[in-house]
Design a protein around this ligand. Structure first.
Ligand SMILES: C[S@@+](CC[C@H](N)C(=O)[O-])C[C@H]1O[C@@H](n2cnc3c(N)ncnc32)[C@H](O)[C@@H]1O
Length: 333
């Protein structure tokens, strides 16, 4: 008995397990790929219980350099480009290209930036980075595995507008209830102009005036299909919200490990002219990168902010961060 007990393998730690599966190039039991819908395609579902922190899957593919990634992006069809996962590792931009369907499940995991149940991390195996998903919380059988694809404004995230509108309504309600408002100095409504012509929901002409120490760049602009339908003009630096929950839901900036690694932190170089930016939401080509983080990593068109005067582009969150760093009331680039 004793000998058998001694011989029994101890349970591997999640990272050890991730290393083992990465070396074997195998997926773990307890997960399966399923077709979900024509819109979403396939996804990965759990068939067992997972605990918080458990290793789930590796995002397997070819590990390639930035240059090779750019070369492949030029020749790939859009449907393949979405399988290219760029990330930053030891100061270098790398990519795992999972365009080839090798039957692995990692490449089929879908995005959820609101309440993902897993998180992508890089682990080092034989000196090379591997992208592995770990559970952010316990996961039940039947749950779809998801992670946050990062800070790009992906087209399917538009469905979040309903939730955002609810947030906006809550904010308005809380404004009416003065007891619920802890602060606050009110932002001059003339500094903020929001049109939501493209949306059927009732956010048209919303003006938010509630403030606190959380900042958000009016993220109801996130789903604008094309430039001009929605406009955000900020003379003062920020719109401040009182509702932490709304801030969470409205801002796609997340505690995404790879997001941090993906980000180039160097400020845009070479642009010496000072511009007082007037930004509008705009559909931006994948060739045009955010002036702040040099992203996005996605190969598709992205929705971001464009300065009408100097034609710089930013992710909304980068723009916010940038101006936070540059001083609270500065909009000069
Ligand atoms: C890496 S693939 C994921 C697997 C994909 N569903 C499939 O069937 O091949 C990324 C693509 O999945 C789809 N996708 C991912 N997350 C989604 C979501 N939350 N809603 C709708 N489509 C999503 C998009 O088409 C995206 O380009």
């Amino acid at each position: 008995m004793m000998a058998e007990g001694k011989r029994r393998r101890r349970r591997l730690k999640p990272v050890e397990e991730a290393i083992q599966f990465s070396l074997q190039q195998k997926d773990k039991n307890g997960l399966e790929g399923r077709f979900i819908s024509d819109f979403k395609g396939r996804g990965v579902f759990s068939c067992t219980d997972f605990d918080k922190g458990d290793f789930l899957l590796e995002y397997r593919g070819d590990l390639i350099s930035k240059e090779e990634c750019e070369r492949r992006q030029r020749i790939y069809h859009n449907a393949l480009k979405v399988f290219m996962f760029k990330f930053r590792y030891n100061g270098k931009l790398l990519c795992v290209d999972a365009a080839r369907d090798d039957g692995s499940l990692g490449r089929l995991v879908n995005d959820d930036h609101i309440n993902p149940n897993s998180r992508m991390k890089t682990i080092r195996v034989d000196g090379k980075p591997h992208l592995c998903l770990f559970a952010r919380r316990s996961i039940c059988p039947g749950e779809e595995i998801t992670y946050d694809y990062g800070d790009s404004e992906w087209p399917w995230r538009c469905t979040m507008i309903t939730e955002k509108n609810q947030c906006l309504k809550n904010l308005k309600n809380s404004e009416q209830d003065s007891a619920a408002i802890k602060t606050l100095s009110v932002i001059d409504p003339s500094t903020l102009e929001v049109n939501t012509l493209s949306q059927s929901e009732d956010t048209e002409g919303e003006k938010l005036t509630v403030v606190s120490d959380q900042s958000v760049l009016m993220d109801s602009t996130i789903c604008t299909a094309s430039e001009g339908q929605e406009k955000v003009t900020l003379k003062k630096d920020r719109l401040l919200l009182d509702d932490q929950d709304c801030v969470e839901k409205m801002s796609p900036v997340k505690e995404h490990v790879l997001n941090e690694e993906q980000s180039f932190c160097a400020p845009a170089e070479g642009v010496k002219e000072v511009c007082i930016h007037v930004v509008v939401t705009s559909a931006i080509s994948s060739m045009d990168k955010c002036a702040e983080c040099v992203g996005p990593v996605a190969a598709l068109k992205w929705i971001g902010l464009r300065c009408k005067l100097c034609s710089s582009f930013w992710h909304k969150s980068c723009y916010l961060k940038l101006h936070e760093w540059n001083g609270k009331n500065s909009h000069r680039g």
